[in-house]
Design a protein around this ligand. Sequence first.
Ligand code: ADP
Ligand code: ASP
Ligand code: MG
Length: 423
Amino acid sequence: MGLVVQKYGGSSVADAEGIKRVAKRVIEAKKNGHQVVVVVSAMGDTTDELIDLAGEVSPVTSGREFDMLLTAGERISMALLAMAIKSLGHEAQSFTGSQAGVITDSVHNKARIIDVTPGRIQTALDEGNIAIVAGFQGVSQDKKDITTLGRGGSDTTAVALAAALNAEVCEIYTDVDGVFTADPRVVKKARKIDWISFEDMLELASSGSKVLLHRCVEYARRYNIPIHVRSSFSGLRGTWVSNQPQGDQPMEQALISGVAHDTSEAKITVVGVPDKPGEAAKIFRAIADAELNIDMVVQNVSAASTGLTDISFTLPKTDGRRAIEALERAKAGIGFDSLRYDDQIAKISLVGAGMKTNPGVTATFFEALSGAGVNIELISTSEIRISVVTRKDDVNEAVRAVHTAFGLDSESDEAVVYGGTGR
Ligand code: ADP
Ligand code: ASP
Ligand code: MG
């Protein structure tokens, strides 16, 4: 029996009962003969509460001190879980990200893991302990400051440790039974997927299916670590995410893997841009120099009478203010009229490798949206994904309509959501 890494999300360790339930589950794996490393998230919505608290004392909710604050959430759960395990008669030791050897770059609030040196974890395991690691955090290589990996980053901690420790599998325990064809909080008839490729999972994750973080899937693909996403509240088998289906996992890759939605982005429109070479370059250089990532871009046809055009793009809402400031600073050099900011948008994406070879997918997608009376504002595509931006108020209806149109609705089961607040 080899080593397993198990990661428990915030909803699985939301209260004392949850922590005791997880403790029993971890001990079960140990009793089955595995060496067990557990990665924990902060309890329930602790991270959001800490962010709100920070906002009450300071307008600056970013940087070094903000990371110090947020990592406290995971430290609470790691210590409580170790205590719960010990009280059931088993040996456990908890470690911060830094103690566990999670080395990152020094970009606070969204640091990247650059190395994992899990010497202390290996020693703890060799001495018969269950090792508990605080997720979502590391220590920067150059300054030795505490960093966080971005929201949902405990998933990445788990896969990075699984890779460094040569684990058999990385199990991600959450509040639903696996990866579904849509968010079960929105689509009751969503189906659980038994197996999904890294590629399709990457697209779903980067399109907003927060059940797995896209950086975690990227990492798992690079090191070829199979992920098993499952519920900590049920004993059911969940979803395997891997290169190839293994054992009794189904061989068929679905035409369409699922529908994802994302309400975390905003749209900025640069109004009245002179329609001449170099203007778009100047706009996106200003954004890049502010170290901001953008998602979708669209340029409208220019009005013949004025020679002016509008350029719209989307980016995470959390970067909205900085993007507006960067563009205002560059305004004289670019020469546009004004900026419009809209955070009442949603992105809906259809993902599936089968899309490449099947005509009509785009038509069906757009027909489903128009049937639901949903207006499309922006469109972008990749080989295995189509995304549109719509009004935020339309998102649930749009997701359900697209899910039904592609025959993804389950005839029998209703998807179960065991916990969490969906925050
Ligand atoms: P955790 O606290 O365990 O990390 P998250 O809230 O980050 O949990 O992720 C689990 C949630 O992801 C589910 O409760 C569900 O609402 C949401 N979700 C979004 N898309 C999907 C999907 N395609 N399949 C399953 N869950 C999804
Ligand atoms: N607690 C952190 C968050 O809420 C990290 C995680 O849960 O993965 O984003
Ligand atoms: Mg998560």
